[in-house]
Design a protein around this ligand. Structure first.
Ligand code: NAD
Length: 499
């Protein structure tokens, strides 16, 4: 029986009242396992107003106490790791070990947020002038919101709500409609950890709920992660009403393989980064760029048998390399891209479209696909496919290889595989991409650095997590003070300056 999923508002589960719902699928079997309530504007507004009331007391709670809630939450997530990973895998389709990685990379940002008493400290200058001291404070914004994608239903909600809440804000999370189970469970665990009701709310919905957030006059900041067209739309609409916004979008991540690279290491890296999570990662490598024909031929001869022997399985099979795609629509979309690539003249070296998972015939599975001789004019190169499809673009030299990511409209992640320190250093300096790996295929920075892409992969000024998150979720107030015993100057009519 499909379960009904409503919202989590004011510390409790609330059924939806809009009358609109969407189905939640279990990708490994293709079954509908739940029905999700889609919030109306009025339901969203009520949740935001409730959060605003709760936020006043939370902002006045000392930062150590706020940090302790995060610490207790970490214990609870560790306690629930297996059940969270199982729920995540069932709704998303990724394998259980991969689901644990999704949770763990979110947990690391919660660990970072435990340092909020230190991170949120202001600055102080004693004696900036005669009897004058200056200090700054980082104050929370109020009520802020996060709108998150399907592909990391644990990690990205935690990236958003943990720093925001630690800074003293109340949070409205609008997770993806595809896999809302884990975000709802995380909100329950935050309450169990001691978070006051109303500080973390999960309001489920679609465009109507998102637009209600973007137009709301209480919401002060919006953090978005998803596809680029929606990221750009959210950025424009949120900032039009004076909100802070950071909106992260899609990607086409290149991996350059130099002639001197360790080929076995490069092939292992491409397999994991290209096909892990069925390619449904914003940091997945979707373009391999071997430099020189000899490198390309050597790469293809090693890649083809590896892609042909990928082990695809249900999410509950711990030995599977990857599981099904998230929905039937996603599967059809990816298959369609393969068809486009064939029609554009790319050479389909491995065709995984016909793959069927025995015993799971209605699941959304797809075999690995490998294209050779892809060129920059092709749609399969320009557009994000978001599936288990790797394209090989042959570059004649390093300069051409560097030009490819630099001229691409996306700029999320990139990697170079080489033993040459000079080439690696030059690449890191010149490449127009936000996150760079040197012999590292998925360079997702750790929690205490920031994460963010360039060009159409990121709209806004500050990155997610790390020190930027504290800047994004606080506003700085600077106080200049002088006490009556300070120097008395009489009325000053010219602009005050320090002598
Ligand atoms: P999506 O853009 O379809 O959805 C993201 C969020 O936007 C969801 O909460 C969804 O409900 C909402 N949304 C969808 N359509 C909307 C509309 N018309 N108006 C307002 N809101 C709308 O993305 P997705 O398919 O869930 O996630 C995959 C995408 O996310 C990929 O493009 C991937 O590269 C990207 N992504 C980027 C990063 C990053 O940090 N750059 C991380 C993860 C995923």
């Amino acid at each position: 029986m499909a379960r009904e999923v409503g919202h989590f508002i004011g510390g409790e589960h609330v059924p939806g009242r809009s009358g609109r719902t969407s189905d939640i699928y279990q990708p490994m079997t293709g079954e509908v396992i739940g029905r999700l309530a889609l919030a109306s504007r009025a339901e969203m507004r009520a949740a935001i107003e409730n959060a605003a009331k709760a936020q006043v007391t939370w902002a006045a709670t000392n930062p150590q106490r706020r940090a302790r809630v995060m610490m207790r939450f970490l214990d609870l997530v560790a306690r629930e790791m297996d059940s969270l990973a199982d729920l995540l895998a069932r709704e998303h389709g990724k394998t259980i070990p991969d689901a644990k990685g999704d949770i763990q990379r979110g947990v690391e940002v919660v660990e970072f947020a435990c340092g909020i008493p230190h991170l949120q400290k202001g600055e102080y200058t004693e004696g900036a002038g005669p009897g004058i001291d200056i200090y700054s404070m980082r104050q929370p914004l109020g009520v802020v919101a996060g709108i998150t994608p399907f592909n990391f239903p644990a990690m990205i909600p935690m990236w958003k709500f943990a720093p925001a809440i630690a800074c003293g804000n109340a949070f409205i999370l609008k997770p993806s409609e595809r896999d809302p189970g884990v975000p709802m469970r995380l909100a329950e665990l935050m309450i169990e950890a001691g978070l006051p009701a109303g500080i973390l709310n999960v309001v489920n919905g679609d465009k109507e709920a998102v637009d209600a957030i973007l137009d709301d006059d209480i919401i002060q900041a919006v953090g978005f992660v998803g596809s680029s067209d929606i990221a750009q739309y959210v950025y424009a609409r949120a900032t039009a009403t004076g909100k802070r916004a950071q909106c992260f979008g899609g990607a086409k991540n290149h991996m350059i393989i130099m002639p001197d690279a360790d080929m076995d290491q490069a092939v292992d890296a491409l397999m994991g980064a290209g096909f892990g999570s069925a390619g449904e990662r914003c940091m997945a490598v979707s373009v391999a760029v071997p430099v020189g024909e000899k490198t390309a031929d050597a790469l293809m001869s090693k890649l083809i048998p590896r892609v042909e022997s990928l082990k695809i399985g249900p999410s509950t099979d711990p030995s599977a390399d990857y599981g099904p795609l998230v929905t039937k629509a996603a599967l059809e979309r990816v298959r369609n891209y393969v068809e486009i690539g064939v029609n554009e003249g790319a050479k389909l070296a491995v065709d995984g479209r016909a793959f069927k998972m025995q015993g799971y015939e209605n699941g959304f599975y797809m075999g690995g696909c490998l294209f050779d001789h892809v060129t920059p004019e092709m749609r399969i190169y320009k557009e994000e496919i978001f599936g288990p499809v790797l394209s090989v673009v042959r570059a004649k030299d390093y300069a051409e290889a560097l030009r490819l990511p630099n001229e691409h409209e996306y700029g999320n992640g990139v990697a170079i595989f080489t033993r040459d320190g000079d080439a690696a250093r030059d690449f890191a300096a010149k490449v127009q991409v936000g996150m760079v790996g040197i012999n590292v295929p998925i360079p997702v920075p750790l929690a205490y650095y920031t994460f963010g892409g360039w060009k159409r992969s990121g709209f806004g000024d500050l990155n997610q997590h790390g020190p930027d998150a504290v800047r994004f979720y606080t506003k700085t107030k600077t106080v200049t003070q002088r006490w009556p015993s300070g120097v008395k100057e009489g009325a000053q009519f010219s602009m005050p300056v320090m002598q």
